[in-house]
Write a protein that binds this ligand. Structure first.
Ligand code: MRU
Length: 323
């Protein structure tokens, strides 16, 4: 499944807001179209946002510095967005072909995801029960994904996993995207509500938790989709390994700890009215809708990047792989 395709000078984006009911590609043209696609989650998942923004930088005319600033402001938490636009700006300043650079970012992500998936798979056994949160699959990246990568690669190699996916309130990436993605390739997937994770762990159905990340601080604290830290706390309680899978570029050495990571706050209407026929609360009811939360590093068994499997002490071990 290709969520972002560049063909004959046109960029095609699979509109994730319509999934799983409709598979429709859109073709953004203006800078506002690109901004809207990122903001409203037509494209989502940290690496996919970065790839998409790289194409935007290549295909849109105008002041590239301004464009970078504009695109970066669409979503603040995932490091990949500003990382990709910074790389594109540098390519522009160096006089390189921007479309070649965007294609390179896209292709490199494919290689990274494959390596992350291989490392992740080495930690799993055939028949394992897996819990995942949000969507960190091919839809969130270029292919395979990060958190779902070992499962998709494992399927190709003949493993059979039993996957539980949290529905992931309020935007339901687990229900709408992860269950769709896994069903499509024939992986055994069971959808649960977010508040059922403790029970399935207690029942012994989960051997490992696999999630993606949007930004990793220098001390190993990770920003992930809201609700991930509750899953990590439960995993610790039940003594289940909790793995964070992400490209090495997700590590932001400028963030000392998780408290330095900017958490995106979204419109509270997403909690009350999205995906419901009628609002589920009074219109005057206040909502607090942070899109991410921080998982403290002591809850994480390993951070898996394309450079290898990193264990505590994260700060030192992550630095060692820097080049
Ligand atoms: O708000 P989203 O849907 O973009 O959030 C996505 C996630 O939290 C993913 O798990 C994360 O970006 C890692 S994607 C491989």
């Amino acid at each position: 499944m290709e969520n972002i395709k560049y063909e004959n000078g046109t960029l095609y984006l699979l509109d994730q807001t319509l999934l799983p009911n409709e598979e429709k590609y859109i073709t953004p043209k203006t800078k506002e179209d690109y901004f809207y696609a990122i903001k409203t989650l037509q494209v989502r998942g940290a690496p996919a946002i970065g790839i998409f923004a790289a194409y935007a930088m290549a295909l849109l005319d105008g002041d590239k510095k301004e464009l970078k600033k504009y695109l970066d402001s669409a979503r603040p938490t995932a490091v990949n967005l500003s990382w990709a636009t910074a790389r594109m700006l540098k390519a522009y300043e160096d006089g390189k072909s921007l479309i070649d650079e965007a294609i390179a970012i896209h292709n490199e992500d494919k290689e990274m995801c494959k390596k992350i998936s291989e490392y992740g798979l080495s930690l799993l056994s055939d028949g394992d029960g897996i819990l995942t949160h949000c969507n960190a699959g091919a839809l969130a990246t270029s292919s395979y994904g990060t958190g779902l990568g070992p499962l998709l690669l494992g399927k190709e190699k003949g493993y059979s996993f039993k996957v539980f996916t949290d529905e992931t309130r309020p935007l339901l990436q687990g229900a709408r995207l992860t269950s769709y993605e896994l069903e499509k390739v024939g992986i055994d997937v069971t959808l649960i509500c977010d508040n059922m994770a403790s029970l399935v762990m207690k029942q012994g159905k989960i051997n490992a938790v696999l999630v993606g990340a949007d930004r990793i601080a220098a001390n190993g604290d990770t920003a992930n989709k809201i609700g991930t830290s509750s899953t990590a706390i439960l995993a610790k309680y039940y003594n289940i390994p909790f793995y964070v899978l992400a490209p090495y570029s997700t590590i932001d050495f400028n963030c000392e700890s998780g408290s330095d990571i900017v958490i995106e706050e979204r419109d509270g209407e997403e909690i009350k009215s999205m995906f419901f026929e009628k609002p589920t609360a009074l219109s005057q009811t206040k909502c607090y809708n942070p899109a991410f939360d921080v998982t403290n590093n002591e809850l994480i068994t390993a951070i898996i990047t394309e450079k290898g499997i990193i264990k505590q002490p994260f700060r030192e071990e992550m630095r060692k792989l820097y080049d």
